[in-house]
Design a protein around this ligand. Sequence first.
Ligand code: SF4
Length: 237
Amino acid sequence: MAEELLSDAAVRRKLGAVDRALEKAYGPPRRRRRRTALGSLIATILSQNTNDANSGRAYDAMRAAFPTWLEVMNADPGALEDVLRPGGLARTKARRIQDILRDIAARGPLDLEYLRKLPAEEAEHELLAFDGVGLKTARCVLVFALGKDAFPMDTHIERVLKRLGIVPERMVVEKAHRYIQPLVPKGRSYALHLGLIAHGRRVCHARTPACARCVLRRNCAYYKRHHMRAVAGSVKP
Ligand code: SF4
């Protein structure tokens, strides 16, 4: 059976209800320590395909070994790769980081603070021009470093939004990023992003979602499908 696509108005209503329920369950999000835009971009690249602890270790090791971005850019690639090893994919990430730094240096000073003055869409466009930077990475920089109303989707968020029936099951993540941004309640990207990650980690687990204690049940397509199937299975003819 073809999956039903909700109207934009229905998705907006549902996201609003989810946002309120998550804030009630987990409290208002705490502001993280803000990095510079460039520091945030490099840290987000290091976080690709690994966890926060490992990428944090790699970032700190890199800053200790090469305290300025100029030193990171000019570092021997093997030496940079060595310090990035705790974060995994060290060779790819070292090359990507040095390429980005060279791109920026070719245009002017080694920073990205000018992005603060741009509207979110324009700043996103600038970040996407770097090799190896996709929508998730760009929007992490926009929301965490630049304080813009941008909504990045990680694997927890994608899973929860698909189970809720807000993002269609078969929609690929790049398309889902573009689909969902205009439907997120204004000014709530940061809070909703963190709330959904918390929910994906604590309740809506990848293998076995803990639906019995989930505050989003009333709004969840997955729960309705499975609950109704269970109820139907328990009714004797
Ligand atoms: Fe996830 Fe279950 Fe909650 Fe739906 S009801 S969001 S599937 S935990």
